[in-house]
Design a protein around this ligand. Sequence first.
Ligand SMILES: C[S@@+](CC[C@H](N)C(=O)[O-])C[C@H]1O[C@@H](n2cnc3c(N)ncnc32)[C@H](O)[C@@H]1O
Length: 402
Amino acid sequence: MERIAPGGRALLRTADGVVFARGGLPGERVRVAVERAARGVRHGVVTEVLERSAERVAPDCALHPRCGGCDLLDLAEHARARVKCEIVRDALARVARLEPPLIEQALRPLRAPGPHDDRARRRVSVVLHGGLPTLSAPESHQRVSVERCPALHATLERGLAQLAAARGPDGVRAQLACDERAGAVLALERDARLARAFVDAGGRGAVLTVDERSFGDPSLIGEVTSDAHPCRSDAGVFAQATRFGGAAIRDEVMRAVAPDSGTRVLELFCGSGHLTVPLLAAGAHVEACEGDARAVRFCRDNVALVDAGARALVRQLAIDEGLRTERAPDVVVIDPPRAGFPGLARLADQLRPRRFVLVSCDPATGARDLASLIARGRRLVALVPIDAFPRTSHVEWVATVE
Ligand SMILES: C[S@@+](CC[C@H](N)C(=O)[O-])C[C@H]1O[C@@H](n2cnc3c(N)ncnc32)[C@H](O)[C@@H]1O
């Protein structure tokens, strides 16, 4: 096997096409059972390691490899950072079509939490099956019940047990989260009985996102935001899943925007204000846009605490190619979901800001969006990869484009 691809699978190029194999590591010779093949690409699973990598370790989780949550557990911790940087370089070269010298000029060292920083996750999304919380198995629709999980904060792990004790019906999707205060909180779309049973089993609170009914105290305060400006939210709106990841993204965005009292920022995909609030606190004028009505309400409340007056405008809208803005920005900050933002090029033509700050949680779509700006004569000046999920191949970045 040559290297690790996004999603944690080992990759090998052969004369007959590409092979992706779960459970393989770079440098290993392995036997692979092919599960599916199409147009020269074969996907499979390693059934035998014939020549073992010196970086292979015993996974520290009993659910691995049945669970699809953490995909780098066979690889020594020190090697995981290298793998993530390779994934970033590959996306910049193959998708953004940047020449190696340009990549090396822009690429900064990976920002990573300390070694053994386990139990970092403060959020998890599960589906109930047989009354138990489950995660999905890799590349399949099968569910794996999860009682213990070394990736989760201990409070969140207790939340899983409380949810299991509440015995909800099959198929219910539930979001669990926790902050510094004791107890896990839950968000469900509906199902008041389950929400109440979760609180009775010791959960701190639960909210139903469809009608805002709450049970116990479902609020989160400063879950991943700074101590100086702790945002309020709940488990039913987006937040970064690790405190390190949230802080690193915020710090790098602030560094890249370098706001002062006159800077006009257009912020797209603002969620509940994790980036909006520090930008306003630094004196910027911010027009922040977000589609989720509940997140917008939290964002407006969080922004009100900064007392930014007319400098703040939070708009609820579906962000698409036809986006119209209220103010011409100096800087555009975008933090889209995995699909990225294909409308970026059109926005660049329309607004002509001096700088874009692009947060990405998916190297392929992030590189595609970067490429659309580079094709319009923009220049990638810095890209900081962030290791927000240390046990996985997942990597985020904050890119500055001028
Ligand atoms: C990666 S999150 C970023 C949130 C925020 N910047 C933060 O740091 O917490 C992406 C956000 O985009 C929102 N979103 C996704 N698709 C959208 C769309 N088409 N229009 C508007 N908002 C959208 C989601 O609700 C989510 O809050």
